[in-house]
Write a protein that binds this ligand. Structure first.
Ligand code: 9MJ
Length: 671
């Protein structure tokens, strides 16, 4: 008997501990245990429950893995109807809502609870004496499907409420959803398993919850978030909705962190603005915000119209996904010749703008999503991200839908299209012969973070390339009033502005200049590193791959790209012509090299330098016009000595040559 009670105590302790870890991880997003340790405790509990089946109970964490498949779902009648919300899109509709509430309540101003409008599946949960009893979908609002077996597998849904003061019966309303990162992982798994990907988190959540086999649901990382108390028996109801939500949180039920209470119309619109600004950085998709009159007595007084409460309003954000039709699939040629398939769309209003094109990224992506000309597709535009085709609506595929094929020749210049076997991207082999690549390269050169030539945008560059006025960036500096004002729709004033901007761009920095060259795989931060490391453009152009790889964050791929670029005589000519035209970095590194204390000086390196490899030190000295030699002589200016320096250091001391350490060298290099 003593053993049995010890075992049941251990079982209780294991359950409590595992559920505490579940809560920490899934409710508070703050893991308190390593996965392996969790698994060990879990298996210990499983083993005890197998050996002592009389100890098994429905609220054990082991029950979250999903029981036997069901033949069908049973219907559950809701004790109170599950309502929908009235929607508003414009501020005026929100103002009207606030006015109606104030008038009906005879109040000067109204306090509201605000919360995110979760884009998942509405669910009702029932707890009896603190234990999860059952849960059901909304269904027709009066009765829904009992999906309790599936709900038990949700790791953040408490199977037992926390605390000692618990209601006789609690009915909670909320939403089942997938966090974005969990959705991404789920789709990654689907891809790896060769299974169909889900269109969006909402669809994945819906599909997962309607599974008859709870073991499948258990493998989908669904979560629950509560947003209303529908019934509370055996305890007094809090006076306000916000207090009721806080009470749910205390009982261990997950609620959205972004809840807030505000006063009046300004408060409502302020919340909408603030949450809208954070929309894309929330862990889950939301499609708006929900306003609820905070006082529950006032809610009761306001009551309902048809099937929606008069005390609540959903204020929607512009939809981020809409359906439209693919009119054509074209390929766009980028700066590096990359061919990007782009879907031309029937115009659709999504994410707050009218979208007519959406990227399909590459050929593999077109195949994977199986997008065809004529298809109806879901288009997504979130924040400032370029619109993309999310998925094809297969049921609406017309019989004559046409498959996409990557052209064998560049649609702009006719050069052969190449695609190395190990790369996803097909490229035009035309290089700067290709007007599309030329245009893109020029736009990049003139862009804000490169040489920053204001006014040299899409239209003008296209005109200049078409008129054969500009072929390389160096040609920009040969433009004059006559050439520019001969262009269509170009006034004298605009031409003068552009010439002034071109003139201004001549004064730049080495980092911007390197970035502007548009070397493949060299972005802004690599350009900065290269400038800092080499100091002079000549040093960069002369560097071999080994020297390049000594730059922080430059690996073999980037080094090879730079070498390829520098090995192309045409590129060197352009760089020469740009400098000839007066592009310079006067306050920058070239000037520093010419006047540096190091220019013309001779260095010998010996011993292990602290925090600096020999090669790094050599590059940096040479970049500033110094020389590094192998042996110490009377001509040596500095000996840089590190740990375990030997004969060379001795010789330097004999000859009275200045000896410095790595830190002093760095100081010298900086001055
Ligand atoms: C959603 N979907 O996030 C309600 N909802 O309240 C929130 N839905 C709701 N509240 C009463 N936050 C009926 C529906």
């Amino acid at each position: 008997m003593a053993v049995a009670s010890e075992i049941s105590a251990r079982v209780r302790a294991l359950r409590a501990e595992l559920e505490a870890h579940n809560r920490a991880y899934y409710v508070f997003d703050a893991p308190t245990i390593a996965d392996a340790e969790y698994d060990r405790l879990f298996r210990e509990l499983q083993a005890l429950e197998t050996a002592h089946p009389e100890l098994l109970c429905a609220d054990s964490p082991t029950q979250r893995v999903g029981g036997a498949p069901l033949a069908q779902f049973v219907q559950r009648r809701h004790s109170a109807p599950m309502l929908s919300l009235n929607n508003a899109f414009a501020d005026e509709e929100v103002a009207a809502f606030d006015r109606r509430c104030r008038e009906a309540l005879g109040a000067e101003s109204v306090d509201y609870a605000c919360e995110p409008k979760l884009d998942g599946l509405a669910i009702t949960l029932v707890y009896e004496r603190g234990l999860f009893a059952y849960g059901a979908t909304r269904g027709d609002g009066t009765s829904g499907e009992d999906v309790s077996a599936n709900l038990r597998t949700l790791r953040n849904l408490p199977l037992r409420l926390l605390g000692d003061v618990l209601p006789e019966r609690l009915e909670v309303r909320g939403e089942v959803l997938l966090y974005r990162r969990d959705f991404a992982q789920l789709n990654q798994r689907q891809r790896e398993a060769g299974a169909r990907e889900f269109i969006n988190p909402r669809n994945a959540a819906a599909g997962s919850l309607r599974q008859l086999d709870p073991r499948i649901t258990a493998r989908r990382p669904l979560r629950f978030l509560a947003y209303a108390v529908a019934a509370l028996d055996g305890l007094p109801m809090p006076s306000h909705h916000s207090a009721a939500m806080a009470q749910l949180a205390q009982w261990g039920l997950p609620v959205a962190a972004e809840r807030n209470t505000v006063t009046g119309l300004d408060g409502l619109l302020g919340y909408y603005q603030r949450l809208g600004a954070r929309r894309d950085s929330l862990p889950y998709d939301i499609d708006g915000v929900v306003y609820k009159v905070d006082s529950l007595a006032a809610q009761e007084q306001l009551g309902f119209v048809s099937r929606a409460p008069r005390f609540a309003l959903a204020h929607k954000f512009p939809a981020q996904e809409e359906a439209t039709r693919v009119l054509d699939i074209e390929v766009q040629v980028g700066r590096t010749g990359a061919l990007t398939p782009v879907a031309r769309l029937e115009p659709v209003f999504v994410g707050g703008v009218t979208v007519t094109n959406a990227t399909l990224h590459n050929e593999g992506e077109v195949r994977r999503k199986d997008v065809r000309v004529g298809d109806s597709v879901l288009v997504r535009r979130a924040g400032d991200v370029i619109p993309e085709v999310v998925a094809v609506i297969q049921e609406r595929r017309p019989a004559d839908a046409r498959e996409f094929a990557m052209p064998a020749r560049c649609p702009v210049c006719g050069s052969a299209v190449e695609r190395p076997a190990d790369e996803a991207i097909a490229r035009c082999s035309g290089g700067l012969y290709c007007p599309a690549q030329r245009t893109a390269a020029l736009l990049h050169f003139a862009s804000r973070r490169a040489l920053d030539i204001e006014g040299l945008g899409d239209k003008l560059v296209e005109q200049l390339v078409a008129a054969n006025l500009v072929n390389t960036p160096a040609d920009i500096y040969r433009l004059d009033m006559a050439a520019l004002s001969a262009l269509e729709r170009m006034g004298e004033k605009s031409a003068a502005n552009i010439l002034a901007a071109i003139e201004k761009s001549k004064t730049t920095t080495l980092a911007r200049f390197i970035y502007a060259l548009g070397i493949r795989n060299v972005g802004e931060s690599t350009a900065r590193d290269l400038a800092r490391h080499f100091g002079r453009i000549e040093a960069l152009l002369a560097a071999d791959e080994a020297a390049l790889e000594r730059v922080p964050d430059v690996g073999p791929v980037v080094a090879a790209s730079i070498r390829r670029f520098c090995a192309e005589p045409h590129n060197l000519q352009v760089i020469g012509a740009l400098r000839q035209a007066g592009v310079a970095w006067p306050d920058g590194e070239a000037a520093a090299a010419a006047t540096s204390k190091i220019a013309g000086k001779s260095f010998v390196l010996t011993g292990t330098l602290a925090g600096l490899s020999r090669d790094q030190a050599k590059d940096m000295i040479e970049a500033r016009g110094g020389r590094v030699t192998g042996s110490v002589s009377t001509k040596t200016d500095f000996v840089v000595a590190g740990a375990e320096a030997g004969a060379k250091l001795e010789r330097a001391l004999q000859l009275g040559i200045q000896v410095i350490d790595a830190a002093q060298l760095l100081h010298l290099l900086e001055t």
